[in-house]
Design a protein around this ligand. Structure first.
Ligand SMILES: NC(=O)C1=CN([C@@H]2O[C@H](COP(=O)(O)OP(=O)(O)OC[C@H]3O[C@@H](n4cnc5c(N)ncnc54)[C@H](O)[C@@H]3O)[C@@H](O)[C@H]2O)C=CC1
Ligand SMILES: N[C@@H](CCC(=O)N[C@@H](CSC=O)C(=O)NCC(=O)O)C(=O)O
Ligand SMILES: [Zn+2]
Ligand SMILES: [Zn+2]
Length: 373
């Protein structure tokens, strides 16, 4: 406590490069900061997106990772809601309870430290990580690809210490995001029809949310048919591969759903698919929610007529959950068998195999690889 910790981290030295295992130094937490021993982390597509060089906020060298769980090692001055030994999840969408976003029930986008988060530094403008004397940047306020990390206190939430950290780490991003996209952002209604483009962890969690909301028809769409079996487990009532049709997928969906869907979700990050998802919505009331993160310079387009005639385009970050209020409740739902997490985990690997986890994600062979630190 109060001293520098020397530990292992997977460092991204530059875009498109494999992560390198390095011995790094992690400084003690300053006021309103928490140092966490990360025990498990998963790899989200967004880590791959930033590593690919497509993230306009991407900055190197950096300690990536934002889907983790661990134990508080020490706290800085003024930290009141967690203490050493608490089991916690780092939150890339913090909740300060003070900013105008936190005070507004319409959004979860706390703005208190967003500027610094985007610059890869702590709220005082500096980094707590260094490697051979060179500072490393933080990522999304979490940096879970390190045995120890430092987060702002508003980016940390205590959870039930009975929860298995190798599973609830997934609530740090993908599962919470997809589940909340259906329940909080789109507000799927009982009996409605839904289509989900992209059946990775995020899309599957959307399916789980649509099912929980009582949707009558949940169509899963993916180019990789190996995702279809697991998609039915999460609630998809049917799955289709757009490559199997010689017309745009939105036309196929409109024909088979009597005019289009009540709710669609884009969970890929492909702007062409975002357009298809919007245009697959029913005239007059269909709502399309963008969850996927698109690369730098990419823009969405459609004929304004699509919106004039009643379709609605929305987007979601962290599924609309106000993070510190909601994540402990999601953990409890999992512990009470109300929310599936185990089936998202397709591989359990050692931290040293992190580049393999990225590889499995890129070749479509993992939903979530969970790494043991
Ligand atoms: N808005 C938010 O808060 C969050 C957004 N994301 C974003 O959500 C997206 C999905 O993330 P993951 O599930 O982790 O990714 P993933 O890579 O595990 O899954 C993506 C799926 O899309 C499929 N796919 C790719 N191109 C396709 C196409 N043209 N048509 C149909 N299917 C296609 C792939 O086969 C794969 O199954 C990413 O863009 C990620 O950055 C992730 C977490 C939070
Ligand atoms: N850095 C990117 C923005 C990427 C992005 O949209 N991130 C999502 C979370 S993705 C998690 O896996 C998000 O929450 N966005 C809201 C935010 O405030 O970043 C870019 O600059 O385009
Ligand atoms: Zn993520
Ligand atoms: Zn706030």
């Amino acid at each position: 406590m109060g001293k520098i910790i020397t530990c292992k981290a997977a460092v991204a030295w530059g875009p498109k490069e494999d992560l390198k295992f390095e011995t790094i130094e992690v400084a003690p937490p300053k006021a309103h900061e928490v140092r966490i021993k990360i025990l498990f982390t998963a790899v989200c597509h967004t880590d791959g997106y930033t590593l690919s060089g497509q993230d306009p906020e991407g900055i190197f060298p950096v300690v990536l990772g934002h889907e983790g769980a661990g134990v508080v090692e020490s706290i800085g001055e003024g930290v009141t809601h967690v203490q050493p030994g608490d089991h916690v999840i780092p939150l890339y969408t913090p909740q300060c309870y003070e900013c105008k976003f936190c005070k507004n029930p319409k959004t979860n986008l706390c703005s208190k430290i967003r500027y610094f988060q985007g610059k890869g530094v702590m709220p005082d403008g500096s980094s707590r990580f260094s490697c051979n004397g060179k500072p490393l940047f933080h990522f999304m306020g979490c940096s879970t690809f390190s045995e120890y990390t430092v987060c702002a206190d508003i980016s940390v939430v205590k959870i039930d210490n009975k929860a298995p950290l190798d599973k609830v780490c997934l609530l740090g991003c993908g599962v919470s995001t997809g589940y909340g996209a259906a329940l909080n952002t789109a507000k799927v209604e009982p009996g409605s029809t839904c289509a989900i483009f992209g059946l990775g962890a995020v899309g599957l969690a959307v399916a789980m949310g649509c099912k929980a909301a009582g949707a009558s028809r949940i169509i899963g769409i993916d180019l990789n048919e190996s995702k279809f079996l697991i998609a039915t487990k999460f609630g998809c009532t049917e799955c289709i591969n757009p490559k199997k049709y010689d017309k745009p997928i939105q036309d196929v969906l409109i024909e088979t759903t009597d005019g289009g869907l009540d709710y669609t979700f884009e969970c890929i990050g492909n702007v062409e698919v975002m357009r298809s998802a919007l245009e697959a919505c029913h005239k007059g009331w269909g709502v399309s929610t963008i969850v996927g993160v698109a690369g730098a310079g990419q823009e969405i387009k459609t004929r304004p007529f699509q919106l004039v005639t009643g379709r609605v385009w929305k987007g979601t970050a962290f599924g609309g959950w106000k993070s510190r209020d909601s994540v402990p409740k999601l953990v409890d739902q999992y512990l009470n068998n109300k929310l599936m997490l185990d089936d998202f985990v397709t591989q359990e690997l050692n931290f040293k195999d992190i580049n393999q986890a990225f590889h499995l994600m890129h070749i479509g062979e993992s939903i979530r690889a969970v790494l043991k630190m």
